[in-house]
Design a protein around this ligand. Structure first.
Ligand code: HEM
Length: 355
């Protein structure tokens, strides 16, 4: 049955991969990774025991009316963690010290509603427990719940992050979030600097199994002519969705199951139906091709590696202990009268079209 999803020419590769899946790390029985210093799996056990159930219940209601918000929350956490660490900096509004991370090109396509959902969750949690839970922890839990409530794996995440006092400049934001037109070499190099292996990179890219993209993020593959690594029928349909190179339309990222957190994204790649260069090239490049195939044929393997990479991502450069603060409004630092942003830049030449 599953084989029907794959082209005949790929079957020998599949058989080889089935035999060699064990080469890819992660055993069947997993023990949770050791948390980063200052974080713990039981951080709020005594001080806010209902924290995770408050968030889970609220998001169940939110997603019941719009499951698309799950993708928005997952991406928000990724954009928080990759720029300056998981410190809630992406949530901050701009100030007199400069435009916020939100204003940087890669973040212009974050869903406005994702920020509203996080602030609503903060209010609910702080009402229940007092102002002791950080916006960065709430964002991390919301991203995990986005995965779970879309049908993906459940897992525990270490907690205890504190919120940052600064946001990154436009250029720092751009330097840390690779663009969709990047190839595998660029993506692997960029993510290896944050400690991610090629298997982590392919697993994290599986986040694109839910959500949407604007045409402008992939028109480089449609205009002036078809990227030869793109399936012809997929291309024809995308040209209808995106009739011009600067169309503001959107499309689902995983055509097989756009709202379900499953491994179909990898099946898309094997059928040359990945949306971005950064997605499709994972299957073209010999260093990552076998990892893509192994996830396409084994969803459990994908889930295991995704969870492992997400826990790693959720602990990038976290603030703990007495560092930072617990914000009482996720979009503002508590005392807004000090401007501590070290590096003010005002170069506005980036364009939405690239993201
Ligand atoms: C590896 C490099 C990555 C690149 C180049 C990339 C790029 C992009 C782009 C261009 C979009 C569409 C933006 C738009 O046009 O609206 C997008 C959407 C999305 N990305 Fe990524 N991404 C990457 C990694 C990740 C990771 C690690 C995750 C999470 C684990 C993730 C989760 C998502 C989700 C869920 C969406 C859909 C958001 C929505 O529907 O609102 N991405 N990504």
């Amino acid at each position: 049955m599953a084989m029907a999803l794959f082209k005949a020419s790929t079957i020998p590769t599949l058989i080889f991969l089935l035999l060699s899946c064990s080469l890819i790390k992660i055993s069947e029985t997993q023990t949770p990774p050791t948390p980063a210093a200052g974080l713990s799996y039981t951080f709020y056990q005594n001080t806010c025991p209902r924290l995770e159930s408050i968030i889970r219940q609220n998001l169940q209601t939110v997603f019941a009316s719009d499951i698309g918000q799950a993708a928005g929350l997952l991406r928000l956490h990724f954009h928080d963690c990759f720029v300056q660490g998981c410190d809630g900096s992406v949530l901050l509004d701009g100030s007199a010290s400069g435009p916020s991370e939100k204003d940087a090109p890669p973040n212009l396509t974050l869903r406005a509603q994702a920020f509203v959902i996080i602030e609503n969750l903060r209010r609910l949690v702080h009402n229940a427990c007092g102002s002791i839970v950080s916006c960065s922890d709430i964002t991390a839990i919301a991203a995990r719940d986005a995965v779970v409530l879309s049908g993906g794996p459940n897992y525990s995440i270490p907690l205890g992050r504190r919120d940052g006092l600064t946001f990154a400049t436009r250029n720092v934001t751009l330097a840390n979030l690779p663009p969709p037109f990047a190839n595998t070499t660029v993506i692997l190099n960029s993510l290896s600097q944050k400690g991610f292996t090629p298997t982590d990179v392919v697993a994290l890219s599986g986040g694109h199994t839910i959500g949407i993209s604007h045409c402008t993020s992939f028109t480089n593959r449609l205009y002036p002519s078809r990227d030869p690594t793109m399936d012809q029928t997929f291309f024809n349909n995308l040209r209808i969705t995106c009739p011009t190179a600067n169309s503001t339309n959107t499309t689902f990222m995983d055509i097989r199951s756009p709202n379900v957190f499953d491994n179909r994204y990898y099946v898309d790649l094997m059928n040359r139906q990945g949306l971005f260069t950064s997605d499709q090239d994972l299957y073209t490049d010999s260093r990552t091709r076998s990892i893509v195939t192994s996830f396409a044929i084994n969803q459990t393997l994908f889930y295991q590696n995704f969870v492992s990479a997400m826990i790693k991502m959720s602990q990038l450069s976290v603030l703990t202990g007495t560092q930072g603060e617990i914000r009482t409004n996720c979009s503002r630092r508590n005392s807004n009268d000090l401007f501590v942003l070290p590096n003010m830049e005002n170069d506005q030449e980036g364009k939405l079209a690239s993201f």
